[in-house]
Design a protein around this ligand. Structure first.
Ligand code: ZN
Length: 469
């Protein structure tokens, strides 16, 4: 939301000067964004489609969607009704009930992306005004944070029927949600009604939560963290026709590291900062810390000792982690490990000499391992590249190819060897763990170390000695 919310266009808004997704994407900043169908005039288009869906549901499928679209257009254009009036009119006219439209009250922590007809009771924690577009398409909108007793979320208001100020408790009817940069946002549109409630009628969960890096996860609202900028890089990107400076890098405290993005606010490498009012989003399957000019950033003298303690795999479930250390045992080696062949054009793993995309190609030999590491709390799929696989096997790619030749071209001899070397072996691994809804947790190995069994045996012996066994 903050500054990059322009993706949500207000009603009667042209795309002119809209966010240049391609520009931003090319620079590698946006992994996913939810633009509406067609991209033009997104907000009103979405509202129209949402109305179609609501009518469809209220009429219990007795009118198909295309027919509803046509009718709705006719009522709006022909009868000069607002979208909401037309929607309710059509439902009654065609024998449906408007009761379903009234929605129900939800808590902020229940919200998911793409929800409509939401009723909320929240407190306005911050509100800012901004102008979007120029000339005829100039439009004022508001953005900020709202909270209730379960969470704190950003909001955007394209239309406000009452003036709201910071600290107001409000009831919002018929709002909807959007997702942007991994954050759920409450959106107040043309058909949303806002009412001021008595002061302090909404309790807010501690507005800013102090947190350690290892505990940061999306959906936790505003956080305060203290740590060190390990490295930082400045870039300028174009958002909504305006150049914006962003600073990206790695932030760390004594529990771990996390990538960060600072909008417009410069930070320096090596400085130790207390950042209050930041939030956590998801980027490339990992948590990311985001802060901007509304966050409070203070230099503070502190010793940051980054401990090399392994994190429990369980703590990464559903969020992933940046540059984490894990310790566990390899319990399985997946098929497709060992000697493989790739398409020289696209890098896809192929069998025979055909790539599904590039047809007949000259396959390129490669080595990799896909293995499951388990630490007793959970499991991660570890991906080892060619160099790492060579190290584990103690053989070069060329030697491996020769071995396969000697084995009548059957590469299973290498898979067997990988299994021999890895299964039931304790290991320390370091790398980025990506959370993937489909594949679960996957780590791209940066570093790994076999834990010496003798050391463990000696340690155990020593411990038993000390315990008097
Ligand atoms: Zn290919």
């Amino acid at each position: 939301m903050r500054t990059h919310i322009h993706i949500i266009f207000g009603k009667n808004h042209q795309i002119q000067g809209g966010i240049k997704n391609t520009d931003v994407r090319r620079k590698g900043f946006i992994s996913s964004c939810t633009t509406s169908k067609g991209g033009v005039d997104g907000d009103s288009m979405d509202e129209f489609e949402r109305a179609v869906e609501e009518i469809y549901e209220a009429l219990e499928g007795n009118m198909d969607r295309e027919e509803i679209r046509k009718t709705l257009r006719k009522w709006i254009v022909g009868y000069k009704l607002s979208l909401d009036e037309a929607k309710r009119g059509i439902i009654v006219n065609y024998g449906g009930s408007n009761k379903l439209l009234d929605g129900k009250f939800k808590k902020l922590n229940e919200l998911r992306a793409g929800e409509g007809r939401l009723n909320l009771r929240v407190k306005v924690l911050s509100i800012n005004e901004k102008v979007h577009g120029e000339g005829e398409t100039r439009k004022k909108y508001y953005y900020g944070m709202v909270g209730d007793d379960t969470a704190v979320l950003p909001f955007t208001a394209w239309n406000l029927n009452v003036n709201i100020r910071k600290g107001d408790c409000i009831e919002i009817k018929n709002a909807y949600t959007k997702e942007w940069r991994g954050q759920i946002q409450v959106t107040i549109g043309q058909n949303t009604r806002v009412e001021i409630l008595p002061p302090d009628s909404v309790k807010v969960r501690s507005e800013i939560r102090k947190a350690k890096v290892k505990d940061l996860h999306p959906r936790m609202g505003l956080v305060e963290v203290a740590g060190k900028i390990l490295n930082v890089e400045k870039r300028t990107i174009v958002v909504d026709g305006n150049e914006r400076d962003i600073y990206t890098g790695i932030f760390a405290d004594d529990t771990g590291e996390i990538p960060f993005t600072s909008w417009d606010t410069p930070v320096e490498k090596g400085s130790t900062l207390r950042i209050s009012g930041a939030y956590v989003s998801t980027f490339r399957g990992m948590p990311q810390l985001v802060f901007d000019s509304r966050s409070t950033i203070r230099e503070e003298n502190m010793e940051i000792k980054i401990k090399e303690t392994p994190v429990p795999i369980e703590s990464l479930e559903g969020k992933g982690g940046f540059n984490v250390l894990l310790e566990g045992v390899i319990i399985d080696v997946k098929d497709g490990s060992g000697l493989i062949y790739r398409c020289p054009e696209c890098g896809r793993v192929i069998s025979g000499s055909g790539c599904p995309v590039h047809g007949r190609v000259k396959p390129v030999a490669d080595l990799r391992i896909k293995a499951i590491l388990d630490d007793g709390t959970g499991a991660v799929m570890c991906l080892f590249n060619r160099e790492q696989t060579e190290k584990i096997l103690g053989k070069s790619l060329e030697e491996v190819i020769d071995m396969v030749k000697d084995n009548l071209g059957n590469p299973s001899v290498i898979l067997d060897m990988v299994e021999d070397k890895l299964i039931a072996r304790p290991m320390k691994v370091r790398g980025n763990v990506m959370n993937d809804e489909k594949y679960g947790l996957r780590m791209l190995i940066k570093d790994f170390e076999m834990i010496n069994m003798d050391d463990i045996a000696k340690k155990a012996e020593k411990m038993l000695d000390e315990m008097g066994w």
